[in-house]
Write a protein that binds this ligand. Structure first.
Ligand code: AMP
Length: 311
């Protein structure tokens, strides 16, 4: 099953306690695609500028990610600069230059139209909604956003949320979106805005899924409330950039590779998400994901199982 993803494809300048890297390939759709590509076919919709070259394109090609929906426009690619010097769990944004994304009008290539899964990775909610509206027949839609859009683009964001089945955000964003500091109450509030399921990412502490009665209609008699997957305690976090998007890629990629969305499949998907998030942190930018193998993913999945197994 193929996933179409729309979101930022960017250049990032990043500073962490482990060092600094300037203008490396980044973007929410980039990390998502790399993460999901280990599980299923991925097709990207985005726009890049004249500074996006064959070296960046090759990163997608190496993982057989379909880039026919990446438009090239006059100008510069999206640029983001952030640091994690005080807190490895949360980026401090220094610069966000939308550049070519400011005038982007997403078009869905004909070859993408039979995608059954749609992921609206982090970008302007207006663009996310435009893509959603052009793909009315998809089976499952998940998406992400961040404080930047929650704070200053709220009306557009609320419209976008109506078109989502699953929302993935981090805990600060969940509290901000719901204007409620209690995470359970915040989750309940968010589940009334559109998505039937909410995944709250807690950085190095893992992720929690909050379900509603609509999450598993085939299982309506035994309601599911919440499920938590851990993160792997890592000895060194080199660069947490993209961990959330890689989590989303592993999670949604695994879901798309399965015939049915059951509670057990959902839980396993959360673990695959955590596996991808943990690998993303091990090197700067997309470096680790570029060198990853399916064997390593399966090995770490077993480590995660052992980390949480009771008997
Ligand atoms: P995360 O998984 O949350 O660490 O996402 C990191 C990626 O998000 C970086 O590669 C950035 O290029 C991208 N990013 C940062 N700010 C924005 C924004 N406002 N809209 C879209 N993408 C962004």
């Amino acid at each position: 099953m193929a996933i179409t993803v729309v979101g930022s494809v960017a250049y990032d300048s990043i500073e962490t306690p482990a060092g600094r890297k300037d203008r490396c390939l980044g973007g929410a759709a980039t990390y998502f695609s790399l993460g999901a590509s280990f599980f299923t076919d991925v097709r990207v919709i985005a726009v890049v500028g004249e500074d996006f070259g064959p070296e960046q394109e090759a990163v997608f090609q190496a993982r057989a990610i379909d880039t026919r929906g990446i438009e090239r426009a006059a100008g510069k690619s999206f640029f983001w600069e952030g640091s994690y010097l005080d807190n490895l769990n949360e980026a401090k944004t220094h610069t966000t230059d939308l550049n070519v994304f400011a005038s982007f009008n997403p078009k869905i290539p004909e070859a993408y139209r039979d995608s059954e899964f749609l992921f609206l990775a982090n970008i302007d909610p207006v663009l996310q909604r435009r893509v959603r509206e052009q793909m009315p027949g998809v089976r499952l839609v998940a998406g992400d956003t961040m404080n930047y859009w929650i704070k200053d683009h709220r009306p557009a964001l609320l419209q976008m949320l109506k078109g989502l089945d699953i929302l993935l955000i981090n805990d600060t964003e969940a509290r901000m979106l719901a204007a409620n500091n209690n995470l359970v109450q915040a989750a309940r509030g968010i589940l009334s805005l559109g998505p039937h399921t909410l995944i709250v990412k807690h950085g190095e502490y893992g992720a929690t899924a909050f379900f509603s009665g609509r999450s598993f209609p085939q299982d309506a008699k035994s309601p599911h409330h919440a499920f938590r997957a851990p993160a792997l305690p890592l000895e060194e976090v080199v660069d947490p950039t993209g961990a959330g998007d890689s989590f989303a890629g592993g999670f949604f990629g695994y879901l798309a590779s399965q015939p049915e969305l059951t509670p057990a499949v959902f839980r396993r998907a959360m673990f695959y998400g955590s596996v991808m998030g943990s690998y993303a942190c091990e090197r700067f930018g997309t470096e680790r994901l570029q060198q990853l193998s399916r064997k390593e993913i399966d090995e770490r999945f077993i480590v995660f199982r052992e980390l949480t197994h009771l008997d």
